[in-house]
Design a protein around this ligand. Sequence first.
Ligand code: AMP
Ligand code: MG
Length: 420
Amino acid sequence: MAERVLSFEEALAEVLRHAGGVAAPRAVERVALTEADGRVLATAVCADRDQPPFDRSTRDGYALRAADVGGALRIVGSVKAGEMWRGQPLGKGEAIEIMTGAPLPAGADAVVMVEHTAVASGVLTVEAGRTLRAGENVVVRGAEARVGDFLLPVGRVMGAAEIAVAASCGCVELAVFARPKVAIVATGDELVELGVTPEAAQIYNSNSYALAALVRGEGGFAGRLAIAHDTREDLSERLAQGSMWDLMVLSGGVSMGKHDLVEEMLAEFDAEFFFTGAMIQPGRPVVFGRLPKRGGTAHPKDGPWSGEWTYFFGLPGNPVSTQVCFHLFVAPLLRALAGRNSVAPMFVEARLADDVRGGAKVTRFLPAEMVSAWDSVTVRVVGWQGSGDVAANARGNCYCVLPAGMEAFTKGETVRVLLR
Ligand code: AMP
Ligand code: MG
């Protein structure tokens, strides 16, 4: 099988290219707004009426005509949030007490803040020297949105800000895309499942659980398949199962070891490989490709092809490698499969808290802790024992990116940080 090892940038571009090409999920579900957090919109949310629906006062104060400021004004009434002014339109030399969120009475064109006024025997005076523009402290009807305006596009993830918009339009339910189904397959003869007491040379399968959490966090439905031993039979069975899902994420078995059979077995399932390695550390042996999606038969490998693809990632088994590769490569593709219209991994910049040695031929992603203060954002690389060190990884909250080829990075220097 031909190796295809890409630079980090090329590998990411390859994933993003495929992410750009996947069709949005066809299945659409209706969910209650109260259950919509993290879901991806399948139908745009449009303004159900003008926003604001009336000329809205943004201050507690007095509604008046801006041109009247200067003279004494007669207070003719009061209007609070939730009610329309029912009296005569405001006339010259008049003012109406108004509260934040109340509709501006007809005839008024501005609101003066209560803090800038004085009242004596029903007569209002505005602070000497203060002028008011027409429109001041008022948001006119429709200024935020016109009825029918698109407020949230298809593909937007519902977070608190989006939920506020949907609620402000009265949406009790939303149409969202069905979650993509992601099969998670841990491979390795040394692995035991939680609940089984490991022998001296065995370890718990932690990757499946971390991957399931990551998948759910990106809006996927995570299915943990049984651990695959490093045998052709076991892998074949798992690939047959996994190729019925939308995405298959394998961990382990992609390095150069004698028992690393994952790529070989994927090839037997007619896999198309987009890359078989990336110049990153941790995570260099990462594999990305797709195989014909099967379905509906007892032995999917021999079953009819639906014309669809199951994308797969073969992630190195070291837990930090697994997680870094998820954030860099799996997450963008998964977001696309979930129907999201924004998929790229998120990098920010921060200042290094310490000197760090570079000089690697690969782009490094080191577990690090980002500390964000009011006037600075710094990142400190955490001490670790290498890519098997799950505990060190959990002491950090991000990954410090050290580009390939640079000799040294000095304290105070700005570096990129991969958020997680
Ligand atoms: P591999 O990529 O299969 O060569 O595995 C690399 C390292 O990661 C080995 O030390 C494995 O024991 C470890 N490893 C592989 N799979 C898992 C897993 N599912 N959970 C925890 N550690 C794993
Ligand atoms: Mg292994």
